[in-house]
Design a protein around this ligand. Sequence first.
Ligand SMILES: CC(C)(COP(=O)(O)OP(=O)(O)OC[C@H]1O[C@@H](n2cnc3c(N)ncnc32)[C@H](O)[C@@H]1OP(=O)(O)O)[C@@H](O)C(=O)NCCC(=O)NCCS
Length: 383
Amino acid sequence: MDVSLAIRSDGTAEKSFDLRLPLSGFESSVLACDQPLIISARPAPGSFRVEHHGVTVASGHLSGTTANLLIFDTISTAASSLPGEDIVNAVSEAVLACNPQLDCFEIELADGGLATRLAEAGAIERRGDRLIVRPQSFFQQAKSWLGSVPRSYPEVPVLTNGALHPQRPPKPVGRVYSRFIPWLNTQLGFHVADIETDLPHFHRWMNDPRVAAIWEDSGDLSYHRDFIAGRLADPRTLPLIGTFGGVPFGYFELYWAKEDRIGPHYEADGYDRGWHVAIGEDDFRGKAFVSAWLPSLMHYMFLADPRTRRIVGEPIHHHAQQIRNLDRSGFAKVKHIQFPHKKALLVMLLRERFFMDRLLSPDLSGLSTEDGQPVLGSLARGA
Ligand SMILES: CC(C)(COP(=O)(O)OP(=O)(O)OC[C@H]1O[C@@H](n2cnc3c(N)ncnc32)[C@H](O)[C@@H]1OP(=O)(O)O)[C@@H](O)C(=O)NCCC(=O)NCCS
């Protein structure tokens, strides 16, 4: 399933560990580059290679003596016209995503200018002569998952239904987020719902009794067409479709909290966001999938605007299944809210908690590969 590069830790940690990567390679930066960068442990144990369109764009090896050190031997931006930053970040993503137990690791680059640019972006930190990659800051590098670094839209106050909130930016179209999930060995994507292509499955999902019991939005095709069109037209909402390996599996509705129905119930900040979900395909239900899409959706919202410091939710108060999922994903229970149509539990995830506690890497203890190994990408957190 995956291969180990047998890197040894140094004197700071007495134990040794294996650096793991998927056997078929880790696919990174799908949105930033037209084709993913494939990071693999080749050609020999202890080495790594980065390929793009079948061309090797970087290679390196692991130091066995001053461990947790990745040395880039070659980085060829000419062969691919990719920025060196994308190549180094792809390797960092692969290492951290597949080895979440690492608190940090060190890289060695011959190109001083590249190191400076990475340090200025916060992708690496300088400690004396050493270049350190830390997950807490690395996972805030938007380009690796969003394809670009989002601009902060100007803050202009506007009034909607009595709520003063920042004017919202124009909606994105197409794919907004892409992430390789090591334990599923596939790409997770979110794209903005498209009325023509997404209507058939959205319609089917909303009429699934399990979804309809919560959403109460079953109906005919024209009702669902108007539903998506309405969400696309409303500056408050962003309707997304999730895909695993390109296959649509669920609907996600993001909203800006301040002008939403939830806004008056707590001291909403102008950039707080919230979300609703409907998983429509049973084949993509359960722990391995929730632990992929849920933290990734939060990741998307925190990256899409760095001013978003909190994400809220309002599950109906007796929805124990989803409240447990939210709890496992870092959401705090705040209070109950009485809406006209339901009693809900206000839950909240802090930006700081998400990145500092590295919640993008779930605890998948209990899941194992076909050959009985712990799955790739799990960060055990204890009881
Ligand atoms: C509620 C819903 C989103 C849950 O998704 P699901 O795929 O059915 O997943 P389940 O709740 O059955 O299982 C999730 C598993 O992932 C685990 N999990 C959740 N978040 C996790 C995380 N961050 N890290 C690790 N594990 C996690 C849970 O503990 C659970 O594992 P367990 O069964 O071993 O305890 C989905 O059923 C759905 O869309 N329902 C209809 C609409 C709905 O209820 N929407 C929510 C409105 S608030």
